[in-house]
Design a protein around this ligand. Structure first.
Ligand SMILES: *Cc1c(COP(=O)(O)O)cnc(C)c1O
Length: 400
């Protein structure tokens, strides 16, 4: 009999998470197993992190080899994996320079610092950043302040100033909020945590034009959309725009924690002393990220995400047609959401756990699906059978 890990958590861990009841112990590809041996198809993928699935040999080998050679040196010295990763990212994106950190929030913090310095140098001290309602940019004080939610009730007051929230997918709101204090607009190409909100096709292009006309930086938070999630290596490619600054994290390290912010040469205003990190860009994380990113590029993984995303979207539409409780489905690539007519996310998650499918609830009536980008059509079909069962059982349970 396994130990009761729920008891251990209850005794020792900060009660920050509403966890699903199972203890996951192993993963392979799109499947994970719990400590009772039950198998699940994983449509959570570490919160859109495990883009190559679990235990991918390219990543496992890179981590094992690098761990035996050199793990951490500090940024006082050059290291090869860091510079290899920098080259891969810059050569395969529209950006010119990169800085490595350890998470998405940290990547956005770095982008905010860069924008503020840029404002000081080029925009007469402008420092405000326009962000969108329903956005998610992280949980440090500044990135939480940037996150487009009401903050009046936050127990963490006071929050850093300098963020202005406007409705998403509304160019007039951006132009209306622009003042002499504005230095940048920061957006997700498709909003992840906020509901998988896909903007109309011209929105980012229009914002890009507004930024160009007004000397503002366009910062794209691609922490969730980068590295193939939307069906292209980076999300901006879908919308025919180039950001001045882009942040990455989730999918970058194939599960190993690493974040990055990249910028165009013109916006690369940071100098020695402005920014740094003890762990950021260390050889271990960079070896994993290089292996993962190279694999994604060399094996057409974004293309698989695009094709499998079309399959997933079609099957989800079929599920919507079958269940009155499902009111809408939407998504791009392998980032999809399902809305319910009532607050049944929790019941659907429980029923799907039972059926062998892991999902993520992003609201009481909305779930998100974000499987590994290497998923196969067969796995998607199996998962959608299980989702169908889960929704039926959940609706039955709620009606009873
Ligand atoms: C997850 C996420 C973040 C925060 O990343 P952490 O690694 O949890 O700090 C920031 N922005 C977006 C768009 C995200 O999805």
């Amino acid at each position: 009999m396994a130990r009761d890990w729920k008891e251990v958590e209850h005794k020792y861990y900060m009660p920050c998470f509403r966890r699903q009841p199972m203890v996951l112990v192993r993963g392979e590809g799109a499947r994970v197993w719990d400590d009772t041996g039950k198998e699940y198809l994983d449509f959570v993928a570490g919160w859109a992190v495990d883009n190559l699935g679990h235990s991918h040999p390219a990543i496992a080998d890179a981590v094992a080899e690098q761990a035996r050679v050199l793990v951490q040196t500090s940024n006082q010295f050059y290291t090869v994996p860091q510079l290899e990763l920098a080259e891969v990212l810059v050569e395969n994106s529209c950006l010119d320079r990169v800085f490595f950190c350890n998470s998405g929030a940290e990547a956005n913090e770095g982008a905010v610092k860069l924008a503020r310095k840029y404002g000081g140098l080029r925009r007469n001290g402008a420092y405000e950043i326009i962000t969108a309602g329903n956005s998610f940019h992280g949980r440090t004080l500044a990135t939480w302040s940037a996150t487009g939610k009401p903050h009046e009730e936050d127990p963490f007051q006071p929050l850093p100033v300098g963020f202005v929230h406007v409705p998403y997918a509304d160019l007039e709101a951006v132009s209306g909020a622009t003042t002499d204090r504005t230095v940048a607009v920061m957006l997700e190409p498709v909003q992840g945590e906020g509901g998988v909100n896909v903007p109309p096709p011209d929105y980012l292009k229009d914002v890009r034009r507004w930024c160009d006309e007004n000397g503002l930086l366009l910062i794209l938070d691609e922490v969730q959309t980068g590295l193939g999630r939307l069906g292209t290596l980076f999300g901006y490619e879908q919308f025919d725009v180039e950001p001045d600054v882009m942040t990455l994290a989730k999918g970058l390290g194939g599960g190993v924690p690493i974040g990055a912010f990249l910028s165009k040469e013109d916006a690369a205003v940071l100098e020695p002393g402005d920014h740094g990190s003890t762990f950021g860009g260390n050889p271990l994380a960079c070896a994993a990220a290089t292996a993962s990113t190279r694999f994604i590029i060399e094996h057409g993984v974004p293309e698989n995400a695009r094709r499998m995303g079309a399959v997933l979207g079609k099957l989800l539409t079929g599920i919507m047609d079958k269940h009155d409780s499902v009111t809408s489905v939407r998504g791009v690539g392998l980032l999809h959401a399902v809305d319910f007519a009532s607050e049944m996310s929790a019941a659907v998650l429980t029923a799907c756990n039972e059926a062998g499918l892991l999902l993520n609830a992003i609201g009481p009536a909305t779930i998100r699906l974000m499987p590994p980008l290497t998923i196969t059509e067969r796995e998607i079909v199996t998962a959608m059978d299980r989702l169908n069962t889960g929704i039926r059982e959940a609706a039955k349970g709620l009606a009873a």
